[in-house]
Design a protein around this ligand. Structure first.
Ligand SMILES: Cc1cc2nc3c(=O)[nH]c(=O)nc-3n(C[C@H](O)[C@H](O)[C@H](O)COP(=O)(O)O)c2cc1C
Length: 320
């Protein structure tokens, strides 16, 4: 069995956290990851409702521990989402894409652990000062919204900068990736793209097909979809999505799009058509080519990483 703070103190069987993914990871996926021995999380988008949070949390709670992921930039206008998340009593609350510090003490007094995804040394140091329990190094390879720095340099920088447990998000979808970051000193992994076509994800059949067909070269890190929807994402974060005809046509334009632009009009007319609409996915999509249950994904990553570490470390250190 792999042994890190997540298995020793958090009670997980595998040091694997199923990433919160708005629109994709609801209560069913979170429950499946937790049942498999990881920690499943529910993604809450800026347009979600408090009822959604409570309903999905109730489903996840049937499996035991679960987490909820909120976007900090949205909470000033949507304090109801934070209130609902606290009321749902998750094991872990992720407060990402903004300063988590105003929310940490409330979580502490409610017995909820706090995580935040970081994208620079500065964000990691600020997160540790704010008192979070877990820092998530989220590299630019990650699916969905992320910062500009790639996973590997960011991991080395953050491991050097902070003392709180660190897990890694961005580009990990095979046992080799899990083994690599654990060997480097991470306490676990935070997996999104690897679960996009799991049986329990909320994705449609068509979206699943596009994800399975996509290669590692078929994603783009773009503000396009945020701008045309008028979403108030901070400029330092953009979304990594599959490329399609729409991103090919509009993403390279130097002008900033708005909800009133021609691109936005075309987008609104074609929701659900993935030549135009978005499918957020990371570069690890090149490793995702078949549907499997979330349990199979978690076990493959966890058991596979353990086997690799046993064999590889013995070979590497032979003769020393
Ligand atoms: C479809 C999708 C939706 C996401 N939604 C959220 C979200 O609601 N909140 C959040 O904190 N992160 C979100 N993320 C980012 C994930 O939490 C995670 O950092 C990322 O998936 C890890 O990288 P990977 O996709 O390479 O595994 C999303 C990612 C994807 C792919």
């Amino acid at each position: 069995m792999l042994s890190t703070v997540l298995t020793k103190e958090w009670g997980l069987h595998y040091p694997i956290i199923g990433a919160p993914m708005a629109g994709v990871a609801g209560g069913a996926l979170a429950a499946a990851v937790t049942r498999a021995g990881g920690l499943g999380m529910i993604g809450v988008g800026s347009q979600a409702t408090a009822e959604f949070v409570l309903q999905e949390a109730a489903m996840a709670a049937e499996a035991g521990s679960f987490g909820i992921g909120l976007m900090v930039w949205a909470l000033a206008e949507r304090p109801d989402l934070f209130e609902a998340a606290v009321r749902a009593r998750p094991h872990l609350l992720s407060l990402s894409f903004g300063d988590p510090s105003p929310y940490v003490s409330r979580c502490r007094t409610s017995g909820i652990r706090v995580a935040t995804q970081v994208h620079s040394r500065e964000e990691a140091i600020a997160a540790e000062r704010a008192g979070v329990d877990l820092i998530v190094v989220q590299g630019n390879e990650a699916g969905g919204h992320t910062g500009a720095v790639a996973t590997l340099p960011l991991l080395q920088i953050v491991l050097d900068a902070v003392g709180v447990p660190v897990v890694v998000a961005g580009g990990i979808a095979a046992p080799t990736g899990v083994a690599a970051v654990l060997a480097a000193g991470a306490a676990g992994v935070w997996i999104g793209t690897a679960l996009l076509v799991s049986t329990e994800s909320r994705h449609s059949t068509e979206a699943r097909k596009r994800i399975m067909d996509a290669r590692e070269t078929g994603t783009v890190w773009t503000h396009l979809y945020d701008d045309i929807q008028g979403l108030a994402w901070p400029q330092e974060y953009a979304g990594r999505a599959l490329t399609n005809a729409f991103t090919g046509r509009w993403d390279a334009q130097a002008t900033q799009h708005t909800p009133g632009s021609r691109a936005a009009e075309a987008f609104r007319a074609a929701r659900g058509d993935y030549d135009t609409d978005y499918i957020y996915a990371g570069q690890a999509v090149g490793l995702v080519d078949r549907e499997a249950s979330a349990a199979d994904v978690v076990r493959l990553l966890g058991d596979g990483a353990e086997a690799i570490l046993r064999e590889r470390l013995t070979t590497l250190l032979a003769g020393t």
